[in-house]
Design a binder for this molecule. Structure first.
Ligand code: TMP
Ligand code: ASP
Length: 260
């Protein structure tokens, strides 16, 4: 597989063309942004951990029949993925209230929701990814009703699976963000899960202590982001090192064999 030209650069990832028209390479950067790019820095090793964690979650989801863009991880920072046309909606799934919903609606942080709440945001950095109603999606043809019905069913299965997977390793899945895309192949179009699922795109709290193991460590200046992401990777069984992986040690991750 040959790596071609850069097709797109986002805040945390870069997409490169390949010599296969259906496939692209997704590169995980170390850049961290929050509050729509108002706050940014580089955290050495973050991209390596997100690449591994996202690979683990998406391949597990694939095994339970959730179609997604992951083909395979190539190396420390890159994976081969299917080229999709991204639906311009960020699907936010909340099990416990935290983050923007607490400020927007005055809900107390940590309030357990009766059932999962799905929110829609328009994926548009210039507008600050505004919250929208489902009706806006149809009014402006961002997706069809049929597509959204399919996405909603996938979201609930993904949420159930991820809650269980994290609960099994002592982590509460507070909320997360998903993106979906249209994959066109042999004249057919199907909706598949895309982007990444990692501590950058989820809120993950230790089940016992409520310690934050996600990007809130950066958003809230709590520090120790790499040890927190490493902890998530270790608990998921992706890393087998004894030591607390520091930013410098992350370079060693390349030599750690992938567990199947
Ligand atoms: P929020 O509380 O800021 O709305 O975020 C809800 C969840 O979605 C949280 O786990 C972080 C994730 N998220 C992203 O991954 N990307 C985004 O652009 C936003 C706004 C949230
Ligand atoms: N991902 C968004 C940003 O980079 C928002 C966030 O994750 O807080 O600004």
């Amino acid at each position: 597989m040959k790596k071609g030209k850069k097709l797109y650069e986002g805040k945390a990832k870069i997409i490169y063309a390949t010599n296969d028209k259906d496939l692209v390479i997704q590169y995980f950067k170390d850049d961290a942004t929050a509050f729509n790019n108002q706050k940014k820095t580089t955290i050495e090793g973050k991209g390596v951990l997100n690449n591994r964690i996202s690979e683990h979650i998406l391949s597990n989801l694939g095994q339970i029949g959730i179609k997604n863009h992951l083909v395979k991880r190539l190396n420390m920072r890159e994976q081969i993925i299917k080229l999709v046309e991204i639906i311009p909606i960020e699907f936010i799934v909340r099990n416990v209230a935290s983050g923007s919903i607490t400020k927007r609606l005055g809900i107390e942080d940590g309030t357990v929701l009766k059932e999962p709440l799905v929110e829609y945001c328009l994926k548009d950095d210039k507008l600050g990814d505004p919250l929208i109603a489902e009706e806006h999606i149809y009014a402006f043809d961002w997706a069809t009703k049929k597509e959204i019905e399919k996405v909603k069913k996938m979201i609930l299965r993904i949420n159930d699976f991820m809650i269980g997977m994290f609960r099994g390793v002592g982590i509460k899945l507070i909320d997360f963000k998903l993106e979906f895309g249209r994959f066109k192949s042999n004249g057919k179009t199907e909706i598949i899960l895309a982007d990444e699922i990692s501590p950058d795109t989820c809120r993950l709290w230790d089940s016992v202590t409520d310690k934050k193991l996600d990007k809130d460590r950066f958003r809230k200046d709590l520090g120790d982001l790499i040890p927190a992401y490493t902890e998530v990777a270790k608990r998921l069984g992706i890393l087998h090192e004894q030591s607390n992986v520091s930013a410098v040690n992350v370079t060693k991750l390349s030599s750690i064999k992938k567990r199947k």
